[in-house]
Design a binder for this molecule. Sequence first.
Ligand code: ADP
Length: 306
Amino acid sequence: MSKNAKLAVLGSINADHILNLAHFPRPGETVIGQNYQIAFGGKGANQAVAAGRAGADIAFIACVGADDMGKRIRDQLTQDNIDTTPVEVVEGESTGVAMIFVNGDGENNIGIYSGANAALTPDCVARHQHVIADADALLMQLESPLESVLAAATLARQHHTQVILNPAPATSLSDELLALVDIITPNETEAESLTGIAVNSDEDAARAAEVLHAKGIGTVLITLGRRGVWLSERGEGQRIAGFSVKAIDTIAAGDTFNGAFITARLEQKPMYDAVRFAHAAAAIAVTRPGAQPSVPWRTEIDDFLQ
Ligand code: ADP
């Protein structure tokens, strides 16, 4: 892989509508909110933005609706250093939406409409197969149709493109898909969904990693929130601590970690250094509110690591 190694990200785009209110409405009740904002989100877009701002040469395979929101999001992604040529505009669908209620205790209730994200079908993946074939790595999550994730991973394997899967949101996955993954990056909850092992300690993480290695995955990175990550490369595991910061909002911490990590790996940083780079990016993100607004640019990550 050269300095200009290419990254493809495949995943979701959502407009997050966030309403803060004193308490969640009960059935039939109307509650007047205190604050409302629209933020750009979706795990695919968040990870693409994290990679773009970290300096990756990245193209994003995704779908938006033929609406004003879709246009605004595409424009923003372009400003975040992302090639949006493979972002399809789907006629007759709206851009994906997340309706988020946040109550006075900071808890949230979320309803999602997939909208155009559902149009990221295996046919759509096939239309952009040259992007996957040209890339050195393909980064995916699970907010897109599973059969499309499988189709993309299959294409990647055919073209010797490394597959990195962030298996979020939590679900179980087929052995067929897992066998096509080179690097997997679950958080503790997702690791439990995949392996049945509750991850409460480094020993648990090591056991969960072994289960994933047995499925054919060479590198397992279980993110452990403020404790850092458990890195396991076939038989050898270690915990790599994160940075101690005053976290105010951990939304998109994992997304930032993933985008920054693969960017660093494509620059041929050794595994340990790539994890530290990703820890730094995610640590900056948790000190700021929101999803994409919190994602740092390369200069900020480099300054943090000085
Ligand atoms: P997710 O957001 O997917 O649940 P985690 O909570 O495991 O993922 O966090 C991913 C990464 O974000 C961690 O490995 C770490 O680098 C960083 N991170 C998360 N929470 C904190 C925190 N409180 N302080 C510093 N870094 C954090």
